[in-house]
Design a protein around this ligand. Structure first.
Ligand SMILES: Nc1nc2c(ncn2[C@@H]2O[C@H](COP(=O)(O)OP(=O)(O)OP(=O)(O)O)[C@@H](O)[C@H]2O)c(=O)[nH]1
Ligand SMILES: [Mg+2]
Length: 239
């Protein structure tokens, strides 16, 4: 039985420039817990592999390790690969582009531990003070998912998400893309988990560009995939 209590998974897709400052931030906020940080090199084609090899050799980053997905299959596939490699009793994930505060992971973990039954809860970020356009997309997606699936789903793609390992077993047939966040939340609702919101600030990306909203066409593709997955979930099962 592993002694790790908390595993944090960060999917990284061509984030070579964000990784050194991101790891520095994790080092600054890392708590005295049996915890691990798993960086999933999600089939990156930039210098991510070399940067990870160099950074993770630093003794002060001994809490971190990497997992490599050879060919990129999408955001959800990267996160799921990292979660399957995790050893912790509690699992969390977030983003690697410096938009999310690393300290939020620990705040979310302690919030989960403070629940009457952490096994029966899930903590998720809830983004405050965002641009109007982003709020409209998020609000519309949440409203559609809530109406179609008949269960309250808000700010689906906010990070972090922290939950007990037992929830991973519910995540069968995981979707490959950004629909993964919806899958995690919907299965939590279906299992009757208490969903606890943690207010977070989503900053700007450190370096590089968004991997999905860089053009109108790619934004439309991602939103369409989310909506298709909402319909798929409805036919798969209801909470
Ligand atoms: N799009 C995408 N992101 C991935 C993938 N694998 C890992 N990621 C990581 O997922 C995180 C979120 O991706 P972003 O493209 O920044 O998406 P986002 O934060 O929802 O969107 P923005 O607010 O526009 O940045 C980043 O840390 C990516 O490196 C992948 O296959 N596709
Ligand atoms: Mg981002």
């Amino acid at each position: 039985m592993s002694s790790v209590v908390f595993s944090i998974v960060l999917p990284c897709y061509n984030e070579a420039r964000n990784l050194p400052p991101l790891l520095e931030r994790y080092h600054e906020v890392w708590q005295d817990l049996p915890a691990e940080l798993i960086l999933v090199d999600n089939g990156s084609t930039d210098d991510t592999a070399a940067v990870l090899a160099r950074e993770l050799a630093r003794p002060e980053l001994g809490f971190a390790r990497s997992v490599r997905v050879e060919h990129n299959r999408g955001y959800g596939h990267g996160i799921h690969t990292g979660l399957l490699a995790a050893r912790g009793r509690y699992l969390g994930y977030s983003h690697a582009d410096q938009q999310c505060n690393p300290a939020d992971l620990f705040t979310a973990y302690h919030l989960l531990m403070g629940q009457a039954d952490p096994e029966k809860a899930l903590v998720k970020g809830k983004r405050a003070r965002r641009e109007l356009g982003a709020e409209i997309i998020t609000g519309t997606l949440s409203a559609v998912a809530t109406a179609v699936l008949g269960t309250l789903l808000t700010d689906i793609n906010a990070q972090p998400k922290v939950f007990c390992r037992s929830h991973l077993e519910r995540l069968t047939q995981p979707p490959l893309g950004f629909e993964y966040d919806l899958h995690v939340l919907f299965e939590a609702r279906r299992a009757g988990l208490r969903i606890v919101s943690l207010p977070v600030r989503f900053g700007r990306r450190g370096h590089g560009q968004s991997k999905w909203s860089f053009s109108l066409a790619s934004r439309a593709r991602t939103i369409r995939a989310m909506l298709a997955f909402v319909l798929e979930l409805r036919t798969r099962r209801r909470p």
